[in-house]
Design a protein around this ligand. Structure first.
Ligand SMILES: C[S@@+](CC[C@H](N)C(=O)[O-])C[C@H]1O[C@@H](n2cnc3c(N)ncnc32)[C@H](O)[C@@H]1O
Length: 282
């Protein structure tokens, strides 16, 4: 008897099979992640995956797909597997040196859009550069200075700026907790490391084991960057504002103490889940 021919796997078969498999492993965004994998392996846009849904994968493509699925099941975030993360509808290169951009951080861009275009913007802790680069791509500032204490993060941010052909951005190596800033800006942005040391062990392994620790925690109670921003208010031009991402409801009372109402005006913006996510300080 002749052996049965090896099964042909088409794009659509892998999406259907993978969706059930990922869901059985509690991966909630299953279909989207599979589209990312297949789009990367086949060099196809999302829409083209569906236009060419009957296309079979070669043996080599199938092996890559299998290895991606196995890594994902073991808890590696899909962005680290393909080395790309989406932010505000665009792709950014990511490595183990930078935080994977989060959808909730896009709120900073939404708020800036409501404020209208700014002259000068400073971003502290740029990581992949996703915020600073998006500010320019969305035409929300004339110039941007973006800093990070990590030289390897700055190298990735520079690559992302080149990838998106953004030139009005200056990346600087700077330790915000140690070194003063002598200039002032219309808008100061930051998604600082705001997780307290005692909260680190409770993080999902996907975050704790793959994002750089210095991007997650200040090594203390998660509030050191906000204290520093409160002491550095001379970095704001008259009428300017700071937009700082925060960890959620539990940090609100602490931020109210740090940015005392007698000195600052303070307002919290909620993210798509209704969680206070960005503090606006004037
Ligand atoms: C939460 S990540 C934010 C990355 C990126 N802006 C984003 O939103 O995806 C915080 C960033 O702050 C940087 N950082 C940590 N300590 C710093 C310091 N003392 N001065 C400047 N940047 C710092 C980290 O290297 C990391 O890239």
């Amino acid at each position: 008897m002749t052996p049965a021919p090896p099964r042909t796997w088409r794009i659509i078969d892998l999406i259907k099979w993978g969706e059930d498999y990922f869901k059985s492993h509690n991966i909630s965004n299953a279909r989207r992640e599979l589209e990312w994998f297949l789009g990367y392996i086949l060099d196809l846009k999302r829409i083209d995956l569906y236009l060419q849904f009957e296309q079979p994968l070669s043996k080599a493509e199938l092996n890559t797909f299998r290895s991606f699925v196995m890594r994902r099941i073991k808890g590696e975030p899909f962005q680290h597997i393909i080395g790309i993360a989406p932010f505000y509808g665009r792709d950014f290169k990511v490595t183990g040196a930078v935080l994977v951009p989060r959808p909730e951080t896009e709120l900073i861009i939404e708020i800036l859009k409501k404020h209208g275009r700014a002259g000068s913007v400073l971003e502290i802790g740029t990581g992949s550069g996703c915020i600073a680069i998006t500010v320019l791509l969305e035409n929300l500032a004339d110039t941007v200075i973006a800093t990070d204490v990590s030289k390897s993060a700055l190298a990735i941010a520079r690559e992302n700026a080149e990838r998106h052909k953004v030139s009005q951005i200056s990346f600087r190596h700077h330790d915000f907790l140690q070194d003063d800033i002598s200039s002032s800006f219309d808008v100061v942005l930051s998604n600082p490391p705001y997780i307290g040391t005692d909260e680190m062990s409770g993080l999902q392994p996907e975050v704790r084991d793959h994002d750089p620790p210095a991007a997650l925690t200040d090594g203390a109670d998660g509030l050191n960057f906000y204290r520093r921003f409160a002491r550095q208010r001379a970095i704001l031009n008259t009428g300017g504002c700071m937009l700082l991402e925060i960890g959620g409801e539990h940090q609100v009372p602490e931020l109210e103490k740090i940015f005392q109402p007698a000195i600052f005006s303070l307002k919290f913006h909620k993210d798509h889940l209704g969680i206070p996510r960005v503090a606006e300080i004037r």
